[in-house]
Design a binder for this molecule. Structure first.
Ligand code: 6PG
Length: 240
């Protein structure tokens, strides 16, 4: 039985997006009040887009934040499948984030090994905020079930070939996920219900459910993604 995760079950995907945006904004304001900068690592895929759009519209001043990526597909930065492009459209452009504050993961580089080493050197020693999604197979970032990358403890960024197209990617590894002070895991839709149930209530086997590397985080789920949870042993605050 994995360690209990904190989770919030919200009514729908829009509520998850709003809650995530407000939690990130709160971390930004907390850092500002403490007179420090903060690092925010963004998730890719489609789920977080609505949260990024709400964060951009929130009016919070993001100029003290440096943005990083948990993973990136081996496609050009302007490709429809680029996680960078999604974040640029949803967050960086509307919130007028300065380009020098955005640390794009260079997965479009010809040599992904060199690119992984370069990005590893660019990462902070630890993260303030980490955003993650979850695949239907319980992957997170580009850490897929059965991949040696899931159990990697030495390197912080590695190239992978995954089952989710586009297959060639760069991803951060477990030590990076575990370095975050605040981790928000966003999952919505019935398609994630099995993965969430396995991750939160199944045996602790990150190699088969890589999102379990983030069990110390706060899971923000909508009702559909949470529908297969039994609820025992979880610290939850149901916010409808
Ligand atoms: C990626 C993502 C990946 C994503 C999940 C969920 O680059 O593919 O980082 O880990 O978070 O696959 O994707 P959706 O949000 O599109 O369901």
């Amino acid at each position: 039985m994995p360690p209990p995760a904190y989770l919030e079950v919200l009514a729908d995907a829009a509520s998850v997006a709003e809650r995530a945006a407000r939690m990130v904004a709160a971390e930004v304001e907390s850092a500002r009040a403490a007179g420090r900068r903060l690092s925010i690592m963004l998730a890719g895929g489609t789920t977080p887009r609505a949260a990024y759009e709400r964060l951009a519209r929130s009016g919070v001043d993001l100029s003290i934040a440096d943005f990083y990526f948990g993973d990136e597909r081996a496609v050009p930065a302007d490709h429809a499948e680029s996680n960078y492009r999604m974040a640029k459209e949803a967050l960086f452009e509307p919130a007028r984030v300065a380009p020098e504050r955005v640390h794009r993961m260079p997965a479009d580089a010809p040599d992904l090994e060199l690119a992984a080493r370069a990005y590893e050197a660019e990462l902070p020693a630890s993260l303030d905020v980490l955003l993650l999604g979850v695949g239907a197979d319980a992957h997170t970032a580009s850490l897929f079930p059965g991949s040696p990358a899931v159990l990697e403890r030495g390197r912080r960024v590695v190239p992978v070939v995954g089952p989710k197209p586009p297959p060639r990617r760069l991803t951060v590894t477990g030590p990076v996920l575990e370095s975050a002070k605040v981790t928000l895991v966003l999952a919505t839709g019935a398609g994630k219900a099995d993965a969430i149930s396995r991750a939160l209530e199944g045996p602790l086997e990150p190699s088969t459910a890589p999102i379990q590397l983030a069990l110390g985080g706060r899971f923000l789920l909508d009702l559909d993604a949470a529908k297969k949870l039994g609820g025992a042993g979880l610290r939850t605050t149901n916010r409808e």
